[in-house]
Design a protein around this ligand. Structure first.
Ligand code: ZN
Length: 267
C-alpha cells in the first residue's frame, strides 16, 4: 500500500514538474518578447495556430504527435519535450529530498522563479534582430507579465493539494506511530508493575504514573494493576494470574486498555 502510494505521489510530482516545465518554455519564450503570458493561449510558434487542450499535455503530446505540429506539420523544438521531461524529474527529486513538506513547496517555487529569470535571459540571446527590434518598438505598449497561465494554475493547484494532503497523511501516520509507541511503553510498564506486585504482595496492587517523552512531547502514562478478578491462584505452582489495566492521556482522550490474565511468578 505504502509503495503504491509512493509511486502515485512520484507520478503526480512528475506531472506537476512537467506542467511547470511546459510553463517554463512558454514563459522563457514570451517574456523576452514582451508577450502576454496570461491571456494568450499557447500557440505554434510557426503557424501561430492556437493549441487545443490535447496539444498541451506535457511530454505525452510531444510523443503522440511525433514531435510535429498537428496543424502545419512543422517540427516542434525538442526544447519543449526536454524541459518538460527534465523538470518532471527535477520535481520528483525535490520530493525525494524534501519529502512531503512546506520546504519542498518553497524550494520548488524558488526554483521556478530562478528558472524563468535565467531561462528568459538565455532565450533573449537567441532572439533574431527583427524580434529584438519589434520588442523595442512594442515594449512601451505591452508590459503585462502576470503568471496565471493554464499550465501554471493546474500545476499550482495539484501541488497545493498534494502538499496539504501529504501533511494530513503525515500527521495521521505520526499519530498512529506515537500511539503505537505509547501502547508498547505502557504495556511494558504494566508487565513490570505486575511482576513487582506479584513478587512482593499480591494484595498490594499499585498504581503509578510516569512521564514518557516521544518526539519532544511528554505523555503521562498511568499504570493501574487492578484486581478485576482472581483466577488460577495457586500457591502450589507459584504462578498467579491477574487482570490489569493501563491508561494514558493522548490528545485529550483517555486511552484505556484492559489486559487480561497477566501471569507472574510468586517469589
Ligand atoms: Zn504549427
Amino acid at each position: 500500500m505504502i509503495i503504491f502510494l509512493n509511486c502515485f505521489v512520484i507520478l503526480c510530482m512528475f506531472i506537476i514538474g512537467s506542467l511547470f516545465g511546459s510553463f517554463f518554455s512558454l514563459a522563457t519564450y514570451r517574456l523576452p518578447r514582451h508577450q502576454d503570458i496570461v491571456a494568450t493561449r499557447s500557440y505554434c510558434p510557426k503557424c501561430k495556430h492556437r493549441l487545443e487542450f490535447l496539444d498541451l499535455i506535457p511530454v505525452l503530446s510531444y510523443i503522440i504527435r511525433g514531435g510535429k505540429c498537428k496543424y502545419c506539420g512543422d517540427k516542434i523544438s525538442l526544447r519543449y519535450f526536454l524541459l518538460e521531461t527534465i523538470n518532471g524529474f527535477v520535481f520528483v527529486g525535490f520530493y525525494l529530498i524534501f519529502g512531503y513538506t512546506i520546504k519542498c513547496l518553497i524550494v520548488a517555487l524558488i526554483y521556478a522563479v530562478i528558472f524563468v529569470i535565467i531561462g528568459s535571459i538565455i532565450m533573449s540571446k537567441n532572439m533574431t534582430e527583427e524580434e529584438k527590434q519589434e520588442v523595442k518598438n512594442e515594449s512601451k505598449l505591452n508590459k503585462k507579465a502576470g503568471v496565471f497561465v493554464s499550465e501554471l494554475i493546474v500545476a499550482m493547484i495539484m501541488f497545493t493539494i498534494l502538499i496539504v494532503s501529504s501533511i494530513v497523511i503525515n500527521r495521521n501516520y505520526n499519530n498512529t506511530s506515537v500511539k503505537n509507541m505509547l501502547d508498547a511503553h505502557a504495556y511494558s510498564l504494566l508487565v513490570k508493575n505486575v511482576e513487582v506486585c506479584l513478587a512482593t504482595n499480591y494484595d498490594d496492587l499499585s498504581s503509578y504514573t510516569l512521564q514518557d517523552t516521544i518526539d519532544g512531547n511528554t505523555y503521562t502514562i498511568t499504570v493501574n494493576v487492578t484486581k478485576l478478578s482472581d483466577q488460577d491462584f495457586s500457591k502450589e505452582d507459584l504462578v498467579k494470574t491477574i487482570d490489569a489495566k493501563v491508561s494514558y492521556m493522548y490528545e485529550g482522550n483517555i486511552i484505556e486498555k484492559n489486559i487480561k490474565t497477566l501471569k507472574g511468578k510468586v517469589l
